[in-house]
Design a protein around this ligand. Structure first.
Ligand code: KG4
Length: 317
C-alpha cells in the first residue's frame, strides 16, 4: 500500500496546531502557537481570531518542516469538536479552503479521540482505558464493543479549568495547575467535598469550597494539597470503575493535566493494583496539537473514507 500523508489542523480552544503525519505513523511536522489570556479565561472570539491569524502562518511552516510540497498531501483533517464554537468555525473553514484549493479529500475528527489515538501511537498501548484531562475536558474514554464510548465525565467544569480558576482567584496566576502542584508538596489535608455520582465527577462545588477555605485564611499549601488529592482521587475512582467494567489491562493518561506527577502516581498505583499497564504519551503530545488530528484523520479515512464537503460543519458541544 502507498504511504498516505495527512495535514491536520487543531483549534478547539486556545492552542493553534498544524501537524503532518504519514500512514506509517511518522510525525513529519508539528507546528503550534498558544494564546495566553491576559486575565480571566479564554474568550471564544479572541481564540477564534488567534486561529484565524495563525493557521495561515503555521501551514506553510509545517510544509517546510516536513520538506514536502503541498501536492504531496493526500488528506486534510481538522478537529470538528468538542470545543469553542467560534474557534471551531475558523478551523473548519480553514480546512475546507485548503482542501478545496488543493483539490484534496477532507475529514473532520473528534478532538478527544485524537488525544487517545496519538497516545496509542506514541506509547504502543493497544486498547487502553484513557483518562483525558485538560483545561476544557475531563473524560474517561475506552473503545468497547466496536466504538469509542465515554464511561465517565465531568458534570460541570474540567479539572484543568478548576485548577486554573483557583489559581486566578487566589492570585497564583494562570495557568494554576503547575503552581498548585508545587505548593501542594508542602501541604496537609483539610476536608473538601468529594463528588462522584455514578461514573461522573463534578469539580465546581470543590472549587467553591477550596476558595472558601482560602478566604477563611486556611494555609494556601494545605488548600492546594487537599484540592489536588480530592480532585485526583475522584478521577482515579472513575477510571478504576471503567477498568473493572471493561476488564481491560491498560490505562493511559493524556491531556495537559497529565503534566501533574501526583496524578500520574495515583493513576499508576491504581492501574498496577489491577494488574494493568500504565501509559502516558510524551508531554509534547499530551497537550492539544495538530499531529493528533492528522493521525486520527488518517485512521478514520482508512476505515470509513473521507467526508463529503457538505458534512464538514462543526459539531458544537
Ligand atoms: O491540554 P492542555 O494543554 O490545553 C487545554 O485544554 O487548554 O491543558 C492545559 C491545562 C491547564 O488547565 C493547566 O493548568 C493544566 O493543563 N496543567 C496542569 C499542570 N500543567 C498544566 N495541571 C496540573 N498540574 C500540572 N503540573
Amino acid at each position: 500500500v502507498d504511504i498516505v500523508i495527512c495535514l491536520g489542523i487543531e483549534g478547539t480552544a486556545e492552542k493553534t496546531g498544524v501537524g503532518i503525519v504519514d500512514s506509517d505513523g511518522n510525525i513529519l511536522a508539528m507546528q503550534g502557537c498558544q494564546l495566553y489570556p491576559e486575565k480571566g479565561g479564554i474568550h471564544p472570539r479572541i481564540a477564534a481570531e488567534h486561529h484565524a491569524e495563525w493557521i495561515p502562518k503555521l501551514i506553510p511552516k509545517a510544509i517546510e518542516e516536513a520538506a514536502i510540497n503541498y501536492s504531496d498531501l493526500d488528506l486534510i483533517s481538522f478537529s470538528q469538536g468538542p470545543g469553542l464554537g467560534p474557534a471551531l468555525r475558523i478551523v473548519a473553514t480553514s480546512a475546507r479552503s485548503l482542501a478545496l484549493s488543493l483539490n484534496k479529500p477532507i475529514i473532520g475528527v473528534n478532538h478527544c479521540i485524537g488525544h487517545v489515538e496519538v497516545g496509542k501511537l506514541d506509547t504502543g498501548a493497544v486498547n487502553p482505558v484513557s483518562l483525558y484531562v485538560s483545561g476544557g475536558n475531563s473524560q474517561v474514554i475506552a473503545y468497547e464493543s466496536g466504538r469509542y464510548r465515554i464511561f465517565g465525565e465531568t458534570l460541570d467544569i474540567a479539572i484543568g479549568n478548576c485548577l486554573d480558576q483557583f489559581g486566578r482567584e487566589t492570585g497564583l496566576g494562570h495557568p494554576g495547575g503547575p503552581v498548585i502542584e508545587k505548593l501542594a508538596k508542602k501541604g496537609n489535608y483539610i476536608d473538601l467535598p468529594y463528588v462522584v455520582k455514578g461514573m461522573d465527577f463534578s469539580f465546581s462545588g470543590l472549587l467553591s469550597a477550596a476558595l472558601r477555605q482560602h478566604q477563611k485564611g486556611a494555609d494556601i499549601e494545605d488548600v492546594c494539597f487537599s484540592l489536588q488529592e480530592t480532585a485526583f482521587a475522584m478521577l482515579v475512582e472513575v477510571t478504576e470503575r471503567a477498568l473493572s467494567h471493561t476488564q481491560k489491562d491498560e490505562v493511559m493518561l493524556c491531556g495537559g493535566v497529565s503534566a501533574n506527577s501526583r496524578l500520574r502516581e495515583m493513576l499508576k498505583t491504581m492501574s498496577e493494583e489491577h494488574g494493568a499497564k500504565f501509559y502516558m504519551p510524551e508531554m509534547k503530545l499530551c497537550g492539544d496539537n495538530g499531529v493528533m488530528i492528522a493521525w486520527l484523520g488518517l485512521l478514520m479515512c482508512k476505515e470509513f473514507g473521507p467526508m463529503d464537503l457538505a458534512d464538514t460543519g462543526i459539531i458544537q458541544r
